[in-house]
Ligand binder design. Structure first.
Ligand SMILES: Nc1ncnc2c1ncn2[C@@H]1O[C@H](COP(=O)(O)OP(=O)(O)OP(=O)(O)O)[C@@H](O)[C@H]1O
Ligand SMILES: [Mg+2]
Length: 283
């Protein structure tokens, strides 16, 4: 039995399975299925085009959309409770959550976007989605804010305030920090002390918010590993049946001795299968 399977097996009974099915039928489904509520007060910088998000494959659609949204509800619960309810000794910045994966195209951006929207539907919860994949700023591109100042600008210019790069979407509880201006030393900047200071400021100044980071693949970039050290929680997205076992093992090694939530993405196995979802606790 592989390490992921063992982990899944170990935690199945704890009801922490987080399966996501791979279903792609075009329809203008709105995540959460609820009505689109305009902010009313304040400026809206980004109008979420749900049809476009679905067409780009960033939100689920069709008859299975509700099921997938339900799966994201289950994923968000332990993250929210670790961030705001359980106060574990020695835990820091629990409201900073990195969405990671070993390799490209495992579903980090899909997971980050859907989790963000799902959390934003919670009463009294605000979510901030940071596009920290500055090499491939997928979130910024899809939301058409790739030319707006963002994380890279914060890293370069100490006079810029986080509030200056924070964009309000038309979901009142969902805010975005775009990737910002490209920089050839982006990797070094994301691994710098300035990045640590920004992470600390985000965690403390916005302590009532959950802050999700969409990032680059752990095994392909050094900055993703550095970012992981700054985060209170890690979600490792694994493309089920696709990501080689050794890649998952290596990633877990690099992430070190800490608790990691595993999301087995794009699952096709039946619900009863132990391959179907997962949670990996390393302590
Ligand atoms: N659960 C899912 N159901 C259907 N399609 C999915 C699912 N997860 C991801 N995808 C699709 O898989 C592709 C890759 O997903 P995504 O862009 O989120 O991966 P990524 O890990 O962010 O990749 P990269 O490392 O290149 O940024 C996208 O086309 C996305 O629409
Ligand atoms: Mg991505």
């Amino acid at each position: 039995m592989s390490i992921v399977e063992k982990a899944v097996d170990k935690h199945r009974k704890l009801d922490k399975l987080t399966p996501i099915k791979d279903k792609r039928v075009i329809n203008d489904a709105r995540i959460g299925g609820g009505p689109h509520i305009p902010t009313g007060a304040g400026q809206v910088d980004i109008e979420l085009n749900h049809e476009q998000l679905a067409k780009e494959g960033l939100t689920p659609y069709g008859e299975t959309a509700d099921k997938i949204v339900d799966e994201f509800r289950r994923i968000k619960r332990p993250l929210l409770s670790a961030a705001f309810e359980e106060h574990q000794e020695g835990a820091e910045r629990e409201n900073l959550v990195m969405i990671a994966s070993a390799l490209p195209a495992e579903g980090k951006t899909f997971t980050a976007m859907n989790l963000a929207m799902c959390i934003a539907l919670e009463r009294d919860r605000t979510v901030l989605l940071v596009d920290a994949d500055v090499a491939k700023p997928h979130v910024s591109r899809i939301l058409n804010v790739h030319n707006e100042p963002g994380l890279m600008d914060l890293l370069q210019d100490h006079t810029i305030d986080i509030g200056d790069v924070l964009l309000q979407t038309d979901m009142p509880s969902l805010k975005i920090i775009p990737a910002g201006q490209r920089h050839r030393h982006a990797a070094e900047m994301l691994s710098s002390q300035r990045m640590e200071a920004i992470a600390e400021e985000l965690a403390t100044r916005y302590s009532d918010r959950i802050i999700l980071f969409d990032t680059s693949p752990i095994l392909q970039t050094s900055e993703a590993q550095s970012l992981a050290t700054l985060m209170g929680q890690l979600v490792l997205v694994v493309h089920a049946g696709q990501t080689p076992q050794r890649a998952v093992n290596r990633t877990l090694e690099l992430l070190g001795d800490r608790k990691i939530d595993i999301v087995l993405n794009k699952c096709r196995a039946p619900a009863s299968s132990p391959y179907y979802g997962g949670y990996y606790g390393q302590n």
